[in-house]
Design a protein around this ligand. Structure first.
Ligand code: NAP
Length: 281
């Protein structure tokens, strides 16, 4: 009897990474498509990152997602990256082919797909406020700015990161009005059609909301990138004030679908992945 070939290995690289929901959705998709492939967690400590990346092919690894804290670090080990990943300055997807690594970033496109397809929100000519200017914010802002909003207002605790992000967006040639908010009570933040929390505040159950509830108003879509909890405090407040709300699970789904396509050339079954993430009954 012919020996079955070993499965193609994919996975998520991070430190820590045990909390990741990605194995659930990717393994469900591999199974549904009848593919001989497995998705694993690679929790690699910083001192072992370089040798790990140098031996991906040997380990049978065909593709990786990259999460905290390596999205920026891995760029120095990857020769070929997409223009979008270079603009964002971070990679969340690595494809391994003929012992070479290719770096991409699907976070921003994943966010935009969820926003447009599932939430029916077209950013064109809209006013958008962003809390945070870390890696996720950069990905989201670059994609949003390509979708021609009227104005993007950004607040970050460390103001130098807001200025850096605005510089990136300007370099990307946006025709959008860019504003750096002075504080979390800057009224310009709350003139928005869409308010997005890209900070990590909300990941823990005890986390407060960064926003004074009185500033939220019906007609606003409040999107929290946090996906570890169904409702963050910000989302609870927003729902109470009559806003539409979304957590980060939809973005996780779409960025994962885009990564899957990059690795395998095949579109994964959306419904199967949604179910694995608990997005479908
Ligand atoms: P990051 O690069 O480390 O950025 C963290 C951001 O949070 C920074 O803007 C930081 O502000 C801000 N922050 C942290 N603690 C704060 C506090 N107490 N008050 C105010 N601001 C605070 O992390 P990241 O990769 O961007 O991830 C951020 C969040 O997005 C995480 O919850 C992550 O899980 C989520 N995310 C979701 C998806 C998805 O698919 N749904 C994808 C990627 C990321 P300073 O610069 O001032 O420190």
């Amino acid at each position: 009897m012919a020996k079955k070939s070993p499965p193609q290995i994919f996975g998520v690289l991070g430190f820590p990474a045990k909390h990741s929901l990605s194995p659930k959705m990717h393994n469900a998709a591999f199974k549904a498509l009848g593919m001989n492939a497995r998705y694993r967690i690679f929790e690699i400590e910083p001192s072992k990152l370089k040798p790990f990346l140098a031996t991906l092919e040997k380990r049978g690894i065909h593709g990786l997602n990259v999460t905290i804290p390596y999205k920026q670090t891995v760029m120095s080990y990857i020769k070929r990256t997409t223009p979008e990943a270079r603009i964002i300055g971070a990679v969340n997807t690595i494809k391994v082919s003929r012992n070479k690594l290719y770096g991409c970033n699907t976070d921003g496109e994943g966010f935009l797909k969820h926003l447009k397809t599932d939430l029916g929100f077209d950013p064109r000519a809209k006013t958008i406020s962003i809390l945070g200017a870390g890696g996720a914010s950069r990905a989201v802002c670059v994609s949003l700015s390509n979708a021609s909003p009227k104005r993007i207002v950004i607040f970050n605790r460390d103001r130098s990161k807001t200025i850096d992000l605005m510089h990136i967006l300007n370099m990307n040639g946006v025709c959008t009005d860019l504003v750096a908010a002075n504080s979390l009570s800057d009224p310009r933040l709350f003139e928005a059609d869409l308010l997005i929390n890209t900070t990590s505040v909300g990941m823990k159950e005890s986390d407060p909301s960064l926003v004074d509830k009185r500033n939220l108003h019906p007609g606003m879509l409040v999107y929290d990138l946090v996906y570890t909890r169904k409702h963050t405090r910000l989302m609870e407040d927003a729902a109470e004030k009559g806003c539409r709300i979304a957590n980060g699970l939809g973005m996780l789904l779409y960025q994962g679908m885009l990564s899957f396509k990059i690795w395998t050339g095949r579109m994964p079954p959306k419904k199967v992945m949604e179910k694995a993430l608990g997005l479908q009954p």
